[in-house]
Design a protein around this ligand. Structure first.
Ligand SMILES: Nc1ncnc2c1ncn2[C@@H]1O[C@H](COP(=O)(O)OP(=O)(O)OP(=O)(O)O)[C@@H](O)[C@H]1O
Length: 602
């Protein structure tokens, strides 16, 4: 399923095909040299969009993707190399490989398939890593594959040139390859998997809380991007006719990453922009590298002029355009902004079979600090439970444990007979528990509609996702912002969108961590009314953490009070208001004495 408007996709594909055909026709009129430049440009562009499919959508920069290009290049070359030449130059090849002599297309398909399998295995290992560890591991991959290419002499000819590869990559073959790669990358970006991955890139914790399995989506993108790299590798091998391991090492990694970073990692438009910009600059600087004369002045040869130039462009881009020259949007998204009309024909499903969530002995220890200490709590559908307590009393920590963000040190919680303790955040979301965060965690660079849609797509089997997304937006009164980027909204609207995103998961229990923080009284009153309607109309249970005691008292059926990690009181708002332990926790013992004295005198 493609999540973008059909118009964007059709316009994009038509433009890609047209631009490539026009570029080919222009190059052919200028002769063989320009055809060569354009062919290399197309093949490089396949690699850049290949890297972008993973790095752009996941936000994890990969230094290792040229390994997949190398695997594609060597694998396809081994399959197309004339048998006689194989016998002469690679005498130790196994018979079946020595006698195989395929055409470019089948050899490329086999190479792409083989690379995808290798990427699947590597991706499963790398996918366990986060942040800089994930980035560094890709560097390790590059070094390992380079080492194998040099060491496996019987198959690769080691560091010597692997020559004699049939030069079958014509300009039109490269053009066909780049059209396929650009379309695959464009479709992936707006596929369900691509949207989930971009949500995870924006905020991994929130993505997991709406049911997204980030590791799985990363793996999907890793394999697709490796397949595109293999395609690029096969085409370059059959364009040059000779390859060696150094072709797939640091120099080209730097060049391709520069294209991706300068253009903008997150879009296909960015990959194209970066590839065009860096190719033009490289072609110009290369002419000056050997020295030149200007107005009678002889400039000496400066080795590395091209690399220095590319480095300067990267610096310029980082200072002036940190998201790349093309920014965060595809060109067609800017030219034809989404004018999705908000509609809410469908409403949210009423909770009919919800069961209470029972937590016992919940404990969380951070080093020497016991943030939550042996807390028992039951949350019922259709009921609003307030969770209050002074700053640092453990409210958010308890909510984090019940939503799978933190693994409790001790304690268990069940939904009916199902034990949820020990489940991950996305598994808990699938059990109908959704949440918002104290510090708003929206997917800032996705539209409001995409924020909500991706949650609906990732829970309840993705059933009727668009309808659920629209209904959730309408329930929270933010449907008019559907097309705006979430990060551009006012604070109050962002909080409402975050609740809408949680509602799109169709939860039976909703956890709200300080939903009224930063809202004025009017906005808070309106939120109070909205939340009341949610429980009344849909039978939803709510766990509400807030410091606004007026909101808590007005809204909650029951209130639980934490102090220094312990549950010190539980009851109706009236019980809690008069509870001496609660008064002491909030006001301190001396203030409570003051408060008690007049009463004692009476
Ligand atoms: N990840 C963590 N690592 C270490 N200590 C933590 C962590 N998270 C919370 N704490 C500590 O646990 C205690 C409880 O924090 P928590 O955020 O749950 O309190 P809270 O009641 O939600 O506070 P507030 O009302 O200010 O949001 C605090 O002392 C806090 O510093």
């Amino acid at each position: 399923m493609i999540t973008a408007p059909r118009k964007h996709i059709l316009v994009s594909i038509a433009a890609i095909a047209l631009a490539v055909i026009v570029a080919c026709l222009v190059a052919t009129t200028f002769g063989a040299a320009s055809e060569r430049v354009l062919s290399v440009f197309f093949i490089s562009l396949i690699a850049v969009v290949g890297m972008g499919v993973y790095s752009g959508n996941s936000g994890i920069l990969s230094f290792g993707h040229l390994s997949f290009m190398a695997i594609g290049a060597y694998a396809s070359a081994l399959l197309t190399l004339p048998a006689q030449l194989k016998v002469a130059t690679l005498p130790k090849l196994p018979d079946w490989l020595a006698t195989t002599e395929l055409g470019l297309l089948p050899a490329t398909l086999v190479a792409v398939l083989l690379t995808s399998v290798v990427a699947l295995l590597i991706g499963m290992a790398i996918g366990k890593l986060e942040g800089s560890a994930a980035v560094i591991s890709t560097l390790g991959l590059l070094i390992i594959v380079h080492g194998i290419a040099i060491g496996w002499r019987d198959v690769t000819r080691g560091s010597q040139t692997f020559f004699g590869i049939p030069r079958e990559t014509s300009l039109w073959v490269a053009a066909a390859g780049v059209v396929v790669a650009l379309i695959v990358a464009r479709l992936y970006r707006d596929s369900v998997s691509g949207l989930r991955l971009r949500a995870g890139r924006e905020n991994a914790i929130a993505a997991s809380a709406v049911g997204i399995r980030i590791r799985r989506e990363r793996l999907v993108s890793f394999v697709i991007s490796a397949a595109l790299m293999a395609l690029s590798g096969a085409l370059i091998a059959h364009f040059l006719g000779a390859i060696s391991p150094k072709k797939f090492y640091f120099t080209d990694t730097f060049l391709l990453l520069a294209m991706l970073i300068v253009g903008g990692m997150t879009t296909v438009t960015g990959a194209i922009t970066g590839a065009v910009a860096i190719t033009i600059v490289t072609e110009i600087l290369r002419r000056f590298e050997g020295g030149f004369s200007l107005a009678g002045l002889e400039m000496p040869a400066v080795f590395g002029t091209t690399q220095i130039g590319i480095g300067l462009i990267i610096l310029f881009a980082m200072f002036r355009k940190p998201n790349g020259l093309a920014g965060l949007k595809e060109w067609e998204e800017r030219v034809f902004p989404d004018r999705r009309e908000p509609h809410s024909q469908s409403d949210m499903r009423t909770i009919t079979q919800a069961v209470p969530l029972k937590a016992t002995g919940m404990t969380m220890q951070f080093g020497g600090l016991i943030a939550v200490n042996d807390v028992n709590l039951t949350l019922k559908p259709g009921e609003i439970t307030g969770l209050i307590g002074p700053n640092g009393s453990g409210k958010t920590t308890l909510m984090n444990m019940l939503s799978g963000v933190l693994v409790p040190t001790k304690g268990q919680f069940f939904q009916g007979k199902d034990e949820l303790s020990g489940l991950t955040s996305h598994q808990i979301a699938d059990h109908g528990i959704a949440r918002t965060f104290q510090n708003i965690r929206l997917f800032d660079n996705l539209s409001v509609f995409q924020n909500v849609l991706v949650a609906a797509l990732s829970t309840r089997g993705g059933e009727n996702a668009e309808g659920r997304a629209n209904a959730a937006l309408a329930r929270m009164g933010v449907e008019r912002h559907a097309n705006a980027d979430a990060g551009t909204l006012s604070y109050g609207d962002q909080r409402r969108v975050e609740i809408a995103r949680a509602l799109a998961c169709e939860p039976s229990l909703l956890f709200l961590d300080e939903p009224a923080a930063g809202m004025n009284r009017e906005e808070t009153d309106s939120l109070t009314e909205t939340l009341r309607r949610l429980t009344r109309d849909l039978g939803l249970g709510i766990l509400l953490v807030d410091h606004d005691l007026k909101l808590i008292n007005q809204l909650c059926d029951r209130i639980a009070v934490l102090n220094e990690g312990r549950l010190i009181a539980e009851g109706t708002p009236k019980d809690i208001q008069n509870n001496p332990d609660v008064i002491e926790a909030y006001l301190g013992p001396s203030r409570q004495d003051e408060r008690n004295q007049p009463e004692e005198k009476q």
